[in-house]
Unconditional design. Structure first.
Length: 162
């Protein structure tokens, strides 16, 4: 069953790049506890819609989103942290969006937001979505039902009340 508004995020561990430039673990408790944040997920780093629209859209709207009371913006995908870090640098998200690697789709599976692209050579991936999480509890959730960018865009997130 997929996560929904009002649910607490499941316990999971992401890989992130630490201040020293080395990979480190970051738990949902550390990332989401005691603050209001936006997180969006993409099926894969460096894929066309994700790289041309989804991630750049959130990077462009970062200050507008934070001005609505968000402490941080996170991007996650089922990729390793080195790919996520390189992708963030390529798109120019440094200092704007924290890149969270869900390399084995652990978080996506625990949220019920995974889908299988094995037939297309991509394995299990995360669905495309955006959410606002307030102290670990989902307060806004926008999940794409089709392989497009509509409900989970930065523009849609800005229109949400949170």
């Amino acid at each position: 069953m997929a996560i929904k508004v009002g649910d607490k995020l499941p316990e999971a561990t992401f890989k992130v790049i630490g201040p020293d430039g080395a990979p480190k673990d970051a738990t949902t408790a550390e990332l989401f506890g005691g603050k209001k944040v936006a997180m969006f997920a993409v099926p894969g780093a460096f894929t066309p819609t994700c790289s041309k629209q989804h991630l750049p859209g959130f990077a462009a709207k970062e200050m507008e989103l934070k001005n609505k009371g968000l402490a941080a913006i996170y991007c996650t995908a089922v990729n390793d942290i080195f790919v996520m870090d390189a992708w963030g640098k390529a798109v120019g998200t440094e200092g704007k969006i924290a890149m969270l690697a869900d390399g084995s789709a652990d978080f996506a599976k625990k949220c019920g937001l995974e889908f299988d692209l094995t037939a297309r050579g991509m394995g299990v991936r995360s669905k495309r979505y955006s959410m606002v999480v307030d102290n670990g509890v989902v307060s806004v959730l926008n999940v794409e039902e089709q392989p497009v960018l509509d409900k989970s865009s930065a523009e849609t997130m800005l229109a949400c009340k949170f």
